[in-house]
Design a protein around this ligand. Structure first.
Ligand code: C5P
Length: 197
């Protein structure tokens, strides 16, 4: 009945899945609780909790060329799930949260690691420094960063802009519809995969 979530729409991840499919990839889309239609030709696995997302992602890894982690996964989850509605009592309520596993970092360190592991980074300042730190810390090949402090670059809208970083490179994807931004990102990923061969 009640849960802790966030305001991410899932639109960027769905646009990425759709773009990848249109470019000829076989795509498995592990989706949190969003209200978006499944892109045609994409295999969708629905999950609600971070732990379920991790399980579904790891199960889908074998044979994949790329993992793109676009979900706004919770960093903390309630320690307890109640079987019934929590009745009100008292003037305040404390809920204990526990750290969730970092799915992206786990994928990057997994025995079935895809050749290309790509993360997203929503930042409000020092975009490149924070994104590059995440790239190293999580063992990623690429990170797609967006400045969510700017209007129309973020969670709920239809538009986005990305700065993509890898060890010795950077590519900026101009502001525009998430569908076009996703296509440009996928083209860059295809180029990077080719460069790795
Ligand atoms: O460190 P931060 O959460 O900002 O990193 C964002 C990236 O990490 C995103 O690609 C997101 O999908 C991924 N992530 C994850 N599991 C978490 C938290 C974040 O896969 N528990």
């Amino acid at each position: 009945m009640r849960f802790i979530g966030n305001r991410s729409s899932g639109k960027m991840g769905f646009a990425v899945a759709d773009a990848a499919r249109r470019m000829g990839a076989e795509v498995t889309l592990v989706a949190g609780p969003v209200s978006l239609p499944t892109p045609p030709g994409v295999t969708r696995v629905d999950v609600r909790r971070a732990a379920q997302m991790r399980e579904a992602v790891l199960a889908a890894l074998p044979g994949m060329d790329a993992y793109i982690g676009a979900a706004a996964v919770a960093d903390y989850a309630p320690a307890e799930t109640l079987p019934q509605k929590l009745k009100k009592s008292g003037e305040s309520l404390a809920i204990t949260l526990v750290r969730t596993a970092d799915i992206l970092a786990d994928v990057a360190a997994h025995a079935a690691r895809p050749r290309l592991v790509v993360g997203f980074a929503a930042e409000t300042q020092d975009l490149e420094a924070y994104a590059r730190d995440k790239l190293h810390r999580k063992g990623l090949d690429l990170i797609a960063a967006n400045d969510v402090s700017r209007a129309g670059h973020g969670f709920e809208g239809d538009d986005n802009a990305l700065s993509v970083f890898w060890r010795d490179g950077r590519h900026d994807i101009a502001h525009g519809p998430k569908t076009r931004v996703a296509r440009d990102l996928l083209q860059l990923l295809a180029d990077r995969l080719e460069a790795m061969e």
